[in-house]
Design a binder for this molecule. Structure first.
Ligand code: NDP
Ligand code: HEM
Length: 496
């Protein structure tokens, strides 16, 4: 469109004066028909949209994904079709609990969301900087998030809520340990890994499935902030990680991640010691080694934050042929939940916003709704099946392979039953060096020390179950003398 140098209203009317309202006399009242004034004030009143209910504070950038290894034996997804192939991407990094203006340097998991604009539609990899999560049943998500946000009474962050909840949700211990470890406060968004966390599936040309986990390993190296460093940064700059990402890209120091996968066959899944679809567990590298598949590079800052980052809508449901879900309950609930959030936050036609629009041909019979852009399908039919030979039709070429579920009954199964909540947390604790163990313990004591003893004792049992030394050190830090009767039965032989 031709560039217009004269300022106009949104209807295109030229503005003669943008400093003085239309008034009856120099000291007189403004008149109602100053439509420029009323449009300007009215638009201003509507500038804010709801912030994301979680992950509200974020920064993002654009870039490319380049394939470095052939994995076509696992997936028919065209973005992986040949070595050297490049796909444009958008990435957004975020904290979870804080509001849109909150500090980047909080102890909190980081969101790690990547939208791949592939030739078969958008693939959104909506992950975190942690390989596991606090819960394995999605029914628990809203309660869990409430404990990370503000107290309903006084609108303050409250350690009571989080430890009260965690101490009654032992499946959280693995992620809690990561959260209070050195990696709980990444130095910047560039210095952290990303993980799909859930198990997904890859499907090849022969419609064979393997289970897969996605990893993005930072090429910048893992770097973290201590509690003290973070406090200092927060006092000076609440946007330090946003600024860091922007500056690095501006200075052509493009951040990169090695994109890797772990692959598990359907046969292996049957004999895997844990539930391979449990979001609170990792697959051991020794058993399922990382296979490096490509490089993610961010090399372009957004031109407009609101249009390209705030309006970005990432959805676990955005998949492409060759990439699919797994029976992970939390993943499947997320698949249903995010689009609902986008309809509320951005509107029913959010996929038509330029940042969310697939960069490939697409064909849908969905029409109308608030803010339908473009030609809205023009004069083409808006129903299917129809008799128009040229109209889009479903294709069985894209039928996914069946998911055999055996002879199962629908019920509310106790997700704790038969699940080992502690071994992997213990593995993580034991791999930390002495200093890292002490920092982890100090960070936990700093937070857990603020809640009533009843909750401390409940939570201590979880630490003890993961690793005796872990429990002992936290007990000591809290000044709790361990009397064997306080401990779970299997640990009662322990002495302080
Ligand atoms: P490995 O020794 O092969 O892997 C250990 C992993 O621990 C490495 O990936 C390392 O990441 C990561 N790590 C080191 N410090 C921390 C920390 N403070 N917070 C989170 N991760 C950290 O052993 P396993 O595969 O048997 O895993 C052992 C434990 O390591 C797991 O129980 C889990 O807690 C953790 N882990 C495992 C991952 C996996 O996919 N298997 C992924 C991430 C963590 P890096 O290589 O970047 O230094
Ligand atoms: C954002 C729900 C678990 C990663 C969101 C949003 C919702 C949500 C409603 C806001 C979406 C928006 O307004 O744009 C849930 C539910 C979960 C869950 C119901 C579990 C039942 C997870 C897990 C991960 C994750 C396990 C990572 C592995 C993210 C990320 C964002 C996000 C990265 C921000 C995306 C962006 O940058 O826009 N989640 N979530 N979530 N979630 Fe989740």
């Amino acid at each position: 469109m031709e560039e217009r140098k004269t300022l106009t209203t949104k209807d295109g009317y030229p503005i003669a004066d943008n400093q003085n309202s239309l008034t009856a006399g120099a000291r007189g009242p403004v008149v109602m028909h100053d439509f420029h004034l009323s449009e300007k004030l009215a638009h201003f009143n509507r500038e804010r949209i709801p912030e994301r209910v979680v992950h509200a504070k974020g920064a993002g950038a654009l870039g490319t994904f380049t394939v470095t290894k052939d994995i076509t034996q696992y997936t028919k997804a065209k973005l992986f079709s040949e070595v050297g192939k490049q796909t444009p991407v958008l990435a957004r990094f975020s904290t979870v609990g804080g509001e849109k203006g909150s500090a980047d340097a909080e102890r909190d998991p980081r969101g790690f969301a990547v939208k791949f604009y592939t030739e078969e539609g958008n693939w959104d990899m909506v992950g975190n900087n942690t390989p596991v999560f606090f819960i394995r049943d999605p029914l628990k998500f809203p309660d869990f998030i409430h404990t990370q946000k503000r107290c309903p009474a006084n609108n303050l962050k409250d350690p009571y809520m989080r430890w009260d909840y965690w101490s009654q949700s032992p499946e959280a211990l693995h992620q809690v340990t990561i959260l209070y470890s050195d990696r709980g406060i990444p130095k910047t968004h560039r210095h952290m890994n990303g993980y799909g966390s859930h198990t997904y599936s890859l499907i090849n040309e022969d419609n064979q499935r393997v289970w897969v986990k996605f990893h993005f390993k930072t090429v910048q190296g893992i770097q973290n902030l201590t509690e003290t460093e973070a406090a200092k940064i927060k006092a000076q700059n609440s946007d330090h990680a946003t600024e860091d990402l922007w500056d690095a890209i501006k200075e052509s120091d493009y951040p990169r991640w090695r994109f890797c996968i772990q692959v598990m066959t359907e046969e292996q899944a049957k004999t895997h010691p844990d539930n391979p679809f449990d979001l609170t567990k990792v697959w051991k590298h020794a058993d399922y080694p990382l296979i490096e598949v490509g490089i993610l590079e961010l090399n372009r800052n957004p031109d407009n934050y609101f249009a390209q980052i705030e309006q970005a809508a990432f959805s676990p449901s955005a998949i492409v042929p060759g990439i699919d879900f797994s029976p992970d309950k939390t993943l499947l609930a997320r698949v249903a939940s995010y689009n609902d959030a986008h309809r509320y936050r951005l509107g029913t036609n959010y996929q038509q916003l330029p940042v969310n629009l697939p960069q490939c041909p697409f064909a849908t019979y969905q029409r109308d709704g608030a803010m339908a852009y473009g030609d809205n399908g023009g004069s083409t039919l808006n129903y299917e099946p129809n008799s128009d030979p040229n109209a889009p039709k479903p294709s069985t070429d894209y039928q996914e392979p069946p998911l055999p579920l055996g002879n199962v009954a629908v019920d509310r199964y106790d997700h704790h039953e038969g699940n080992d909540e502690y071994s992997q947390t213990g593995d993580l604790y034991r791999l930390l060096d002495e200093d890292a163990k002490q920092r982890l313990v100090d960070n936990i004591v700093g937070s857990l020390g603020q809640v009533p003893e009843e909750i401390q004792l409940r939570q201590l049992c979880h630490f003890f179950r993961a690793d005796t030394d872990y429990g002992m050190r936290i007990a000591r830090g809290l000044g709790i003398k361990i009397d064997p009767s306080m401990l779970p039965k299997e640990l009662q032989e322990l002495k302080a």
